[in-house]
Design a protein around this ligand. Structure first.
Ligand SMILES: NC(=O)c1ccc[n+]([C@@H]2O[C@H](COP(=O)([O-])OP(=O)(O)OC[C@H]3O[C@@H](n4cnc5c(N)ncnc54)[C@H](O)[C@@H]3O)[C@@H](O)[C@H]2O)c1
Length: 239
């Protein structure tokens, strides 16, 4: 059974992706800085603890999984929301933390996995970006900048692997019913009396909606899909 690594797999969207990929027949390696042993047991996969911003840890993880199972898929899903503040008040250390967690981790994952997948002549990488990767949102400088950056990285990587059997895509969820969105909305409400996300004339999505998109992008059905920005937002972005 070929392995799929899912980073941030202990989180809400990550766990849904793990469950879905396991159901689709992948050997799922759940990676997070928090324990995911319970989830891994439930889905018959394995849990690995790692800091995804650490190059050595990412390289070891990817190499070991590739050696043991063959690396069929990497889902770069780890992410943090950072602060909700106007740029003038946005703490520099928070900005750096968001960029390191949301962007550097993806760069490290691509850097470790792409050569192995190219050598093997197959493999799919999906990065969980956000509709904040193609739209601006006031008071979310770190998050919006980081998600634009990973959409850019996806395009570069997709061009570098085009025609090799390897594919690199991004999934761009709109607001999904999760702790992260509740936290952003609560902070925005306190700051300016408006929720950041409720402006969209569509209901929030569910974690399973994101998992279904990821499952498609890593499947052979998506063999001709490379460099895509796969928006999963019920239509909010085109409103
Ligand atoms: N929740 C939403 O509505 C929404 C919308 C669009 C995009 N996204 C994106 O989806 C992804 C998952 O979001 P979520 O809502 O499940 O968040 P979450 O906070 O539930 O999960 C994130 C996980 O990442 C882990 N993590 C953070 N930093 C880490 C590090 N350095 N090393 C290892 N693990 C680390 C956390 O422990 C956590 O389990 C994120 O990239 C997020 O930006 C979420």
């Amino acid at each position: 059974m070929t392995a799929a690594i899912v980073t941030g797999g202990a989180g809400e969207i990550g766990a849904a992706i793990c469950r879905r990929l396991a159901r689709d027949g992948w050997h799922v390696v759940v990676v997070d800085r928090e324990s995911a042993a319970g989830l891994a047991g439930e889905i018959g996969g394995e849990a690995r603890r790692a800091d995804l911003t650490d190059r050595a840890q990412v390289e070891t993880l990817v190499r070991e999984v590739a050696d043991r199972h063959g690396l069929g898929a990497l889902v770069n899903n780890v992410g943090v929301e950072g602060a909700v503040r106007p740029i003038g008040d946005y703490p520099e250390d928070v900005f750096e933390h968001v960029m390191r967690t949301n962007v550097h981790s993806v760069f490290l994952g691509l850097r470790a996995a792409l050569p192995l997948m190219k050598e093997r002549g197959s493999g799919a990488i999906v990065t969980t970006a956000s509709t904040s990767g193609v739209r601006g949102r006031a008071n979310l400088a770190g998050y919006v900048a980081s998600k634009h950056a990973v959409v850019g990285l996806t395009k570069v990587a997709a061009l570098e692997v085009a025609g090799t059997g390897v594919r690199v895509n991004a999934v761009l969820p709109g607001p999904i019913e999760t702790r992260m969105i509740r936290a952003i909305d609560e902070e925005a409400q306190a700051l300016s009396g408006t929720e950041v996300h409720r402006a969209a004339p569509v209901p929030y999505g569910r974690v399973e909606d994101v998992a279904a998109a990821v499952a498609h992008l890593v499947s052979p059905e998506a063999r001709h899909v490379n460099g895509a920005e796969y928006v999963v937002d019920g239509g909010g972005t085109v409103a």
